[in-house]
Design a protein around this ligand. Structure first.
Ligand SMILES: Cc1cc2nc3c(=O)[nH]c(=O)nc-3n(C[C@H](O)[C@H](O)[C@H](O)COP(=O)(O)OP(=O)(O)OC[C@H]3O[C@@H](n4cnc5c(N)ncnc54)[C@H](O)[C@@H]3O)c2cc1C
Length: 474
């Protein structure tokens, strides 16, 4: 021990206070374990401070401003003057409220909170360096540990983030003034969500994507709907072009790109947002000391009980790789705590949904028809277009569909893809169906409130059975 060091003991040490870590800590506290949670930066992690919550606040506010200005068909003629500082202050208030809530919830469950960076020293000891000069460090003896150190943005060579010309998603969520033009490098979900928000606020947005299309993995038809709408909003897409570098060009950055065929192009924008994905942060807590070696993609491998190669050490959330989603991290944190407390908890990845908060939204869960076939099912598919939903029409949002996949023989629900307003909310019904082993008839036979978007989920299930009332049956 270093002279002047203090030493404490705990049954469960949790490293990282994001969704994975704080869920593990709170649940372990509920189960009666003595828990210590160490956070190096801000409680709530990426999700609450610079991810899910702030981005959804920006997306909602930009959608509101845009909707107000584009409601002539409803007889509404209005102008929205957006004060970005005011918007960001509102967003910061939400973040403060939620991050403060995480601290209070942890304390209410008896979790000891330590602010600092934790590193393993050996299989039962970690050292926590407190932030700032002269703040000292302390040792924590632990019986079991949960690594929940999260992820960070992937760096793109030639695009060093400076917070001025070249931004990462965190910078983009805290701008003081709206850029006149924005070049977004990367058309994954973060790039597409932020592009949509900035286009709705009035920026000229260009999306540069190296692949043939944006939003890989969400289905060609869903992607095409979102891309078409984005183009209507004025977003320009440069697909199949890899960003190579940038140079100052007067009052902007000139971004150069190269196509697969070797053709070069350039686009000038006031700011450039780099959103080319995130990578696990498995190098922040000296994993070697407990004998964990990250795999090739930098993530920590775990089993379905969140156990790692090191006895008594669990890993949860983004540091374990895809799906890098907050709700997956929450679930894994909960399972880690329960397993650490000796309960028979397990992860079931079949019903982990995903959502993209674009316009319209995309929600997915479980298998699509091809995936179901690949797993040996004989799939039956039911669909309800949003254009046939009375509620969607009253919202002025008739583009999209609900598609449900089930096993033809048994009717067991296997998955869904939803494109449309509130798809991120609607997908939960199908997630529940998969989780509880429900059949098409359970969804179709449940009376849904009229007029709601959720009726479209029931109609899609009925369509798969040949009994839909509001769309032709297949
Ligand atoms: C712009 C953006 C939008 C997003 N939107 C969504 C969304 O809509 N829905 C969704 O599900 N997901 C979304 N995500 C992803 C989501 O934020 C992550 O999946 C989630 O935060 C992962 O949680 P985690 O606990 O694994 O890690 P994190 O939230 O990254 O937390 C890890 C924590 O560990 C701390 N830490 C790291 N090393 C140490 C150490 N050695 N000692 C102490 N502390 C340490 C870090 O400071 C951090 O606070 C978004 C991400 C971004 C960037």
């Amino acid at each position: 021990m270093v002279v002047g060091d203090i030493s404490t003991g705990t049954e469960l040490l949790v490293i990282g206070g994001g969704p994975g870590g704080y869920a593990a800590a709170i649940r372990a506290g509920q189960l009666g374990l003595d828990v210590t949670l160490v956070e190096a930066d801000a409680y709530g992690g990426t999700c609450l401070n610079e991810g899910c919550i702030p981005s959804k606040a920006l997306i909602h506010a930009s959608g509101l401003a845009h909707a107000v200005e584009h409601a002539e068909s409803m007889g509404i003629h209005a102008r929205a003057d957006v004060d970005l500082r005011g918007l960001v202050a509102w967003k910061d208030g939400i973040v403060d409220r939620l991050t403060g809530g995480v601290e209070r919830l942890c304390e209410a469950s008896g979790v000891n909170l330590i602010e600092g960076r934790a590193e393993f020293v050996d299989g039962n000891t970690a050292r926590v360096a407190h932030g700032g000069e002269g703040q000292g460090s302390e040792s924590v003896e632990f019986e079991r540990a949960v690594v929940a150190t999260g992820s960070r943005p992937v760096e793109l060579p030639g695009f060093e983030v400076d917070g001025e010309r070249i931004l990462d998603s965190s910078d983009a969520l805290s701008l003081e003034a709206l850029p006149e033009s924005l070049c977004v490098v990367g058309g994954g979900y973060i790039g597409m969500e932020l592009s949509t928000a900035f286009a709705k606020l009035g920026a000229d947005v260009t999306v540069v994507e190296a692949l043939d299309d944006v939003l890989p993995g969400y289905g060609d038809d869903a992607t095409a709907i979102v891309r078409d709408r984005a183009e209507e909003l004025g977003i320009e897409f440069r697909r199949g072009e890899a960003a190579q570098g940038w140079a100052e060009a007067g009052d902007g950055a000139r971004v150069t790109t190269e196509t697969g065929a070797g053709e070069t192009n350039s686009y000038t924008a006031e700011r450039v947002l780099v959103a080319v994905g995130r990578e696990p942060a498995a190098d922040t807590c000296n994993l070697e000391a407990v004998g964990i070696e990250p795999s090739e993609d930098g993530s920590i491998e775990t089993d379905d009980a969140t156990r790692t190669a090191a006895e008594g050490v669990h890993a949860v959330g983004d540091v374990t790789g895809e799906p890098m989603l907050a709700h997956a991290a929450y679930r894994e944190g909960r399972v880690a705590a329960e397993v650490a407390a000796g309960e028979p908890a397990r992860l079931d990845h079949r019903a982990i949904p995903a959502a993209v908060f674009t316009d319209p939204e995309i929600g997915t869960v479980g298998l699509d028809a091809e995936g179901a076939e690949a797993e040996g099912f004989d799939p039956v598919v039911g669909e309800m277009p949003m254009g046939s939903s009375g509620r969607a029409l009253t919202l002025g949002a008739e583009t999209g569909f609900v598609r449900i996949v089930a096993d033809a023989e048994t009717g067991f629900v296997l998955g869904a893809r939803i494109v449309g307003p509130d798809a991120s909310e609607l997908i939960a019904e199908v997630g529940l169906a998969i989780e509880m082993g429900a059949r098409l008839g359970d969804i179709a036979g449940t009376v849904h409130v009229h007029p709601t978007l959720s009726e479209a989920v029931a109609e899609a299930a009925a369509n798969a059975q040949g009994t839909a009332l509001h769309t032709p049956n297949r």
